[in-house]
Ligand binder design. Structure first.
Ligand code: ADP
Ligand code: MG
Length: 551
């Protein structure tokens, strides 16, 4: 190779680079800092966060891990990986987003301790991999088969505990279970068929389920019926008015001519109305306008009609009622009509809504959420979406575990027994993995201000006899979570533990962090003084000022 006598630069000299040990410490520090931010929200006694958007000054008050992480503008790459696993958790199950982040943070913290004690990273990684495989076996063995309505109710309720919806969780959980049972098709539940909509105004207790669909408009004319039983529905994209007459210029030479013209017009409109009446429909949804004269004839015939119905609503009406959309009035025959048991118009707070209910095979269900303000109703909407996720997961998998830290303690306990069967240094890593899982009950207890050390000892001891023993955070006692009705889908735990391990592995494997200038916003290391033996973290960009307490 030719001799190079000059220094060679392959990175711009303003690039930041951290290698080996330094990169590892920095990444772990960043991840833990992030985990420490969300951990105070875990569980029924978790606190909320208020997040303010920099540009718009929008305020979000939430307890939802995924939302917090999404709203925070995270800059550090390792911290971003945790944001990513929270998002994935949200997509896969819709719940457990805080759990996955704090487990990942704890796995990393334990890994760092082992590393400082002289255990090589590959050994730690191997131990963690053995541990996660075993943890899944244990999780499957301690899960219960259940997908009955009572279990679904418990699942929905548990997911909503400690959220904005807490005080009305019984009613809301009931709504969700009803919606789920309607839409469920053999062990499948398509979450998108259940719409969760919110109306600001009113109280949470007024939230309700719409079995079928609703549109946000009322009937065309006050003299039409406000409700219809055994509705036969015509759906058309055809103007029920005479086109362009407003702007047309008609010259009459004789008053009789004028009268004849008007009569003729009336006649044509009456013919249109008659065609609709003759089809046998009693409800009409029209995507176009309806002339006053036609409206008059329709209401005389007792038909409930809606004009200028939105395209999206038309699609939903077709889906729910089986009505065919016709574009020519000549095609309006009895066989294109759809059906619904009950259609009625209601005033909900300040909105007029029309509900299309009791459809034969609705394939759709909607829940209307009420809340006094936008902040309240959107936090409830988020909690309901989490709950819908866990209900759907349970319908599909039919596997549940009892929560309150019970599964984490049990998996930790059995993992430790397993660790004893492993020779070599991986044993220490498996043990560390087990300890890391206990972060869940520990955090539940800390957030409730309980005596954590004593309770954890008691919990572990209680598991000798009963694997469902968990923390009653309200009473500060160790109780049977099955009896307490605290139940979660197996999928939440499976995804949380696996994803936490994967993120941890990815972060631990990094030994070089190369960042373009400015990509890592510097923070003042003095401000982030080290309380935990961790190095100050250069590059913790985007974090709120000061440092939250370390785990
Ligand atoms: P995540 O975002 O991870 O779902 P949550 O704030 O929803 O976080 O808290 C979930 C944890 O709270 C789970 O470990 C669950 O078992 C626990 N939990 C929920 N309800 C209760 C309860 N009534 N008693 C004890 N623990 C509970
Ligand atoms: Mg939750």
């Amino acid at each position: 190779m030719a001799q190079i006598n000059q220094p060679m630069y392959i990175l711009r000299d303003d690039t930041e680079r951290f290698q080996g040990n330094q990169a590892l410490r920095m990444n772990i520090f960043a991840s833990q800092l992030l985990a420490s931010i969300v951990r105070t929200t875990l569980g029924p006694k978790g606190m909320d966060k208020m997040l303010v958007d920099k540009k718009m000054g929008d305020v979000v008050v939430t307890n939802d891990g995924a939302t917090i992480l999404q709203e925070m503008d995270i800059a550090h790459p390792a911290a971003k990986m945790l944001v990513e696993i929270a998002r994935k958790q949200e997509n896969v199950v819709g719940d457990g987003t805080t759990t996955v982040v704090i487990i990942a943070g704890e796995l990393l913290k334990k890994a760092m301790e082992l590393y400082e004690d002289g255990i090589a990273i590959p050994t730690i990684l191997l131990g963690y991999r053995l541990a996660v495989t075993k943890a899944m076996d244990i999780l499957f063995s301690i899960s219960t088969d259940a997908r009955d309505p009572d279990t679904l109710f418990g699942i929905a309720k548990t997911a909503m505990t400690g959220k904005g919806s807490d005080y009305a969780k019984d009613e809301l959980a009931e709504l969700l279970v009803q919606a789920a049972l309607k839409v469920e098709e053999g062990e499948k539940l398509d979450k998108t068929l259940i719409k969760i909509h919110r109306i600001n105004g009113g109280s949470v207790e007024d939230s309700m389920i719409v079995d079928g669909i609703y549109i946000d408009q009322g009937r065309a004319n006050e003299s039409m019926p406000e409700e219809m039983r055994d509705a036969k529905i015509a759906l058309m994209k055809y103007p029920l008015e005479l086109k362009d007459l407003d702007n047309a210029k008609v010259d009459f030479t004789d008053p009789l001519q004028m009268q004849a013209f008007l009569d003729n017009e009336q006649e044509t409109l009456k013919e249109i109305a008659d065609k609709i009446i003759d089809s046998g429909c009693n409800v009409l949804f029209c995507q176009k306008g309806i002339d006053d004269v036609v409206q008059h004839h329709l209401s005389k015939a007792g038909i409930m009609a809606f004009k200028r119905v939105k395209n999206t609503d038309v699609k939903r009406i077709m889906k729910a009622t089986g009505a065919e959309l016709i574009t020519n009035i000549e095609d309006l025959t009895p066989d294109v009509l759809g059906k619904a048991g009950y259609i009625h118009q209601e005033k909900v707070f300040d909105q007029i809504l029309t509900f299309i209910e009791e459809c034969e095979d609705p394939k759709a269900s909607s829940i209307l959420i009420r809340g006094s303000t936008r902040h309240v109703s959107s936090e409830i909407e988020r909690a309901m979406e989490d709950a819908l996720g866990v209900v759907a997961a349970t319908v599909e998998d039919g596997k549940v575990v009892y929560g309150g830290g019970a599964p984490e303690i049990e998996i930790a306990r059995q993992l430790k027994a397993y660790a004893n069967t492993i020779s070599g240094r991986e044993q220490v890593a498996v043990n560390a993995f087990a300890d890391a899982l206990e972060i869940v009950p520990r955090t539940l207890s800390e957030n409730a201000g309980l005596n954590t050390i004593d309770l954890l000892v008691e919990l572990r001891a209680a598991h000798e006899d009963n694997i469902n023993m968990g923390l009653d955070v309200f009473e500060g006692k160790v109780v049977d979570m099955k009896e307490a009705g605290v139940v979660e889908p197996q999928r939440v735990k499976k995804q949380a533990i696996q994803a936490a391990q994967e993120a941890c592995e990815m972060i631990l494997r990094i030994d070089d962090l190369v960042a373009a200038a400015g990509a890592l916003q510097k923070v003042d290391p003095d401000e982030n003084l080290d309380h935990s033996g961790m190095p100050p973290a250069p590059g913790m960009g985007g974090m709120p000022g000061g440092m939250p307490p370390m785990m």
